[in-house]
Design a protein around this ligand. Structure first.
Ligand SMILES: Nc1ncnc2c1ncn2[C@@H]1O[C@H](COP(=O)(O)OP(=O)(O)OP(=O)(O)O)[C@@H](O)[C@H]1O
Length: 304
C-alpha cells in the first residue's frame, strides 16, 4: 500500500526525515511510534500527498505522489493531528458537505452520513452543532468524516492525543472495527499503549530515523525483558542505591523519578534488592512495554 525507500523530508537545511525505508501491506495496521519531533507527521504528510518528498522513492497505492497526488488522495482517508471540523455546522452537515467535496451524489452522501454516524456512535447527536461535542466525539466524527469516500488506506496522525482513557478506548474499538473490515491503517503516536493495542507492525522513530521495526511483541522480545521491576525511593536517596541495584546482575535504568530493573522475574529481582538491604519506598512488577524498547534504543523516554 505504501513503499518508501531512502525517503527524506528537508526543511531548509534541516532534515526532519533522514532516509527511511517503510513497507506497509494491505489490511494491516502499521504504526510510527516516536516522541515529538521524531518526524512522524512529516512522513505522514508525504504519504498523504500534501507535502512533496525531498529525496528518495515513495509509492502510495501503487502510484507516485508527485505525479498522481489527486488520484491517490481520492482513495485516502486522512485524520489530521488537530480536528478541523466545521464547528458551527451539525454533525450530519459536516459529513454531508465533506462527501460532496468528493463529488458523491446527494442521495449517496445522505445514506453514507447515516451509516457513518452509526459507526461513530453519534446518531443521537446528528443534528447538534459540533461545538457542543466532547473531545472524544469530535475525534470520532473526524474519523467518520475521513471514511466518507470509502478509503482503501486511512492515515491517522496521533488519533487519541488529549483524550481521556474512556474516550481513547472507544476510539480504539472503532479502529479495530475498521481493521476487521479490511481497511489498511497507518497510525502515528507517541503513546506506547496505543501502538501496542492497534498496530500489527510498527517502526520506532527518533530524530528522523527508524531505529527499530517489527510487531510490538517482536520488539519487546528483542529489546527488553519479560518483566520490569520499578523502584521508587524517597527524595535524595535514589542515587545512593543505584550502584548496589546495578550490581545484582540485571540491566538497570535510572530515570529521574524511579529505577527500572529489567529482568525475567520481577519478584525474585525484588527479593535480591531486599537481600542487599535496599528498601524502596514502593515497588511494582510489570510486563515490558514499547516504552522500555524505546528507552533501550535511545536512552530516553517517549513522553517526558
Ligand atoms: N514546516 C516545517 N518547517 C520547518 N521545520 C519543520 C516543519 N515541519 C516540521 N518541522 C520540524 O521537523 C521535525 C519533525 O517534525 P514532525 O512534526 O514530523 O515530528 P513528529 O514526530 O510528528 O512530532 P509531533 O508529534 O510533535 O508532530 C521537528 O523538529 C519539527 O520542528
Amino acid at each position: 500500500m505504501v513503499e518508501a525507500k531512502a525517503l527524506v523530508k528537508r526543511f531548509g537545511s534541516f532534515d526532519a526525515v533522514k532516509g527511511i525505508d517503510v513497507d506497509v501491506r494491505r489490511g494491516e495496521a502499521f504504526g510510527f511510534l516516536g516522541p515529538n519531533g521524531a518526524g512522524k507527521s512529516s512522513t505522514m504528510r508525504m504519504v498523504a500527498c500534501v507535502s512533496p518528498r525531498s529525496e528518495g522513492d515513495l509509492t502510495v497505492l501503487g502510484m507516485d505522489p508527485d505525479r498522481d497526488g489527486p488520484r491517490i488522495r481520492a482513495r485516502l482517508g486522512v485524520v489530521p493531528q488537530q480536528d478541523n471540523l466545521d464547528t458551527e455546522l451539525t454533525v450530519r452537515q459536516n459529513l454531508q458537505i465533506y462527501g460532496r467535496y468528493f463529488g458523491l451524489s446527494r442521495a449517496h452522501v445522505r445514506r453514507k452520513a447515516d451509516e457513518l454516524m452509526e459507526f461513530a456512535q453519534l446518531t443521537d447527536r446528528a443534528d447538534d452543532e459540533v461545538e457542543s461535542l466532547s473531545g472524544g466525539m469530535k475525534r470520532r466524527l473526524t474519523i467518520a468524516r475521513s471514511l466518507v469516500n470509502d478509503p482503501d488506506l486511512l492515515l491517522l496522525d496521533e488519533p487519541t492525543t488529549g483524550l481521556d482513557p474512556q474516550a481513547r478506548h472507544l476510539l480504539w474499538d472503532r479502529l479495530f472495527r475498521l481493521k476487521s473490515l479490511g481497511v489498511t491503517l497507518i497510525v502515528t503516536t507517541h503513546y506506547m499503549d496505543e501502538a501496542e493495542q492497534l498496530c500489527d507492525r510498527l517502526v520506532v522513530m527518533d530524530g528522523g530515523r527508524i531505529v527499530a521495526e517489527g510487531s510490538p511483541s517482536q520488539l519487546i522480545a528483542r529489546y527488553s525483558t519479560r518483566e520490569v521491576l520499578e523502584l521508587r525511593f524517597p527524595p535524595g536517596e535514589q542515587d545512593g542505591v543505584v550502584t548496589t541495584v546495578s550490581d545484582l546482575g540485571d540491566r538497570v535504568e535510572a530515570l529521574p523519578d524511579r529505577v527500572l530493573v529489567y529482568t525475567g522475574d520481577g519478584e525474585r529481582a525484588l527479593e535480591r534488592v531486599h537481600g542487599r538491604g535496599v528498601r524502596p519506598l514502593s515497588s511494582l512488577v510489570r510486563r515490558s512495554t514499547l516504552e522500555d524498547v524505546f528507552l533501550r534504543l535511545t536512552g530516553r523516554t517517549l513522553v517526558d
